[in-house]
Design a protein around this ligand. Structure first.
Ligand SMILES: Nc1ncnc2c1ncn2[C@@H]1O[C@H](COP(=O)(O)OP(=O)(O)OP(=O)(O)O)[C@@H](O)[C@H]1O
Ligand SMILES: [Mg+2]
Length: 471
């Protein structure tokens, strides 16, 4: 079974993968690696016990911008698991109260279905490619229909007809020539007319009344389907584009949609990960009701917790693709828990998040690493972008140390927003450069050293008001 293999990473391997993107936070990485491996263990366990094993839901506790969301996101990506991130605080908003916390499961199911469909399409790609090449050829040089000399026809065609034969032969030869040309990419720019299913009209976005979706209806889809039948339009485009469009269409036709839905439901139930951000915001006790004005908000917060409970505990949620049992979905709660404590959550919910990990605040040294080590480090991102304009930028070590130091400083003076500070600082640092390329600065190499950093940022850092707004 494919999903088992996908999840075959050992805890150590998972941590090693996470290390490529996230600096520090050892404990959190360990916990999520165990949780992920445990699902693999569960899926491979004896069927009698399999249903009994419940997931190790995790509560990640730590200040803002230290990698909580990033860890969960990377985890999902490397396991190929369906993943959705929701904000617990959203559920207190008007219209979100009540049963609609179930929407997270519906979203997760949609995501799973997309993943599965994409995989399936990937598998039929070669087949689809062949079909598409033939279709393109048919559009370029329509085949001459070979008329079977079936005796029942008019009689003219019985026997050998040299003219027709040469027609067919000619046609066949031309087709072969074009087939070669197509293969060699000689016809990529030639326009052809193809049929395209018109995309859903964005103006037709329909928001059904609340509860509609819960019943398994989806107005959008219903209307979409009604319109689909006759909404095929013809469009002319170069072969290189047409091929992509047709590939999607053919692949879509080749896959088994019922099987896709079944597989998606399986995946959601066994591998799904729901990341509930800001779960501390719905924990009670925060500022003790005094500030929040007479317990009103507390009541709704508790309401949200009560709504969350059955989903986290395991219940059946109906989605438009079928029923999803949430018993084995992994939930990762996350929050700063500055004001409220995990113990402020209702006991049942606390019990459903047995694993607690604290994430550390990031230090100057961490910032330095975050700027240099991860595969997607910000410095690498800017380098990659400028490279497209023929400009190479080199950050020397001192410069990066200086940026890290400024980040730590501003975090301390203004507000600690963790590694997010690096985004604002780097964009300020490079603003001038990014504007000047390519108009004033053509291709070449630019060294960014400590003095450049100070020139760009010193003023901002010293001026409290400025750093407040800009950094
Ligand atoms: N330890 C880290 N290593 C590498 N990058 C990090 C780390 N922590 C944060 N980042 C980067 O900082 C940004 C914000 O991180 P993230 O979204 O994980 O914050 P968070 O802990 O979820 O904060 P919040 O509580 O506000 O949601 C991301 O772009 C992420 O790449
Ligand atoms: Mg987050």
């Amino acid at each position: 079974m494919e999903l088992k293999e996908q999840q075959g990473l050992t805890p150590r391997q998972i941590v090693a993968e996470l290390d490529k993107y996230i600096v520090g936070q050892k404990e959190a990485k360990r916990s999520v690696s165990i949780a992920l491996r445990n699902r693999w263990r569960r899926l491979n366990s004896e069927p009698e016990i399999r249903e009994e094993i419940i997931p190790n839901n995790i509560l990640m506790i730590g200040p803002t911008g230290v990698g909580k969301t990033e860890i969960a996101r990377r985890l999902a990506r490397l396991s190929g698991a369906p993943f959705v991130k929701v904000e617990a605080s959203k559920f207190t908003e008007v219209g979100y109260v009540g049963r609609d916390v179930e929407s997270m499961i519906r979203d997760l199911t949609d995501i799973a279905l997309n993943i599965v469909k994409e995989e399936m399409q990937e598998r039929v790609k070669e087949k689809a490619k062949k079909i598409v090449e033939n279709k393109i050829l048919d559009i370029l040089i329509p085949p001459v229909k070979k008329k079977k000399s079936s005796g029942t026809s008019t009689g003219d065609e019985v026997g050998f007809n040299p003219e027709r034969a040469s027609d067919e032969e000619l046609n066949e030869r031309t087709r072969e020539r074009f087939r070669e040309k197509l293969k060699n990419g000689e016809l990529e720019d030639r326009d052809i007319e193809i049929e395209v299913a018109s995309k859903k009209n964005p103006m037709m976005q329909v928001f059904g009344p609340q509860g509609m979706e819960e019943m398994g209806f989806n107005l959008q889809d219903m209307l979409g389907n009604m319109a689909k039948g006759n909404k095929k339009s013809k469009r002319t485009m170069p072969i290189r584009e047409a091929r992509e469009v047709m590939l999607d269409q053919e692949a879509e036709k080749l896959i088994d949609h019922d099987a896709a839905i079944q597989e998606a439901l399986e995946r959601v139930q066994n591998q799904g990960i729901v990341f509930i951000d800001e779960i501390d915001k719905v924990a009670e006790g925060s500022s003790g009701g005094g500030k929040s004005g007479g317990g009103g908000p507390d009541v709704s917060r508790q309401g949200v917790q009560r709504d969350l409970l059955p989903i986290v505990e395991g219940s059946a949620v109906s989605t438009k693709h079928g029923i999803v049992k949430t018993d084995h979905i992994l939930f990762i709660g996350s929050g700063a828990f500055h004001v409220s404590k995990p113990s402020d959550m209702i006991p049942e919910l606390q019990g459903r998040f047995p694993i607690r990990v604290e994430l550390d605040s990031l230090t100057e040294e961490d910032f330095y690493k975050i700027l240099t080590v991860p595969k997607n480090a910000l410095t690498k991102q800017y380098q990659a972008m400028l490279k497209t304009e023929g400009v190479t930028i080199n950050f020397n070590e001192e410069a990066i140390r200086e940026v890290a130091s400024i980040a730590a400083q501003v975090n301390q003076q203004v507000e600690n927003i963790g590694a997010r500070r690096l985004h604002t600082i780097l964009s300020s640092l490079l603003e001038e450069l990014l504007f000047a390329v390519p108009d004033d600065i053509g291709s070449g190499t630019i060294d960014i050293d400590k003095s450049y950093v100070n020139k760009q940022l010193a003023g901002l850092v010293k001026d409290k008001d400025l750093s407040h707004f800009i950094l």
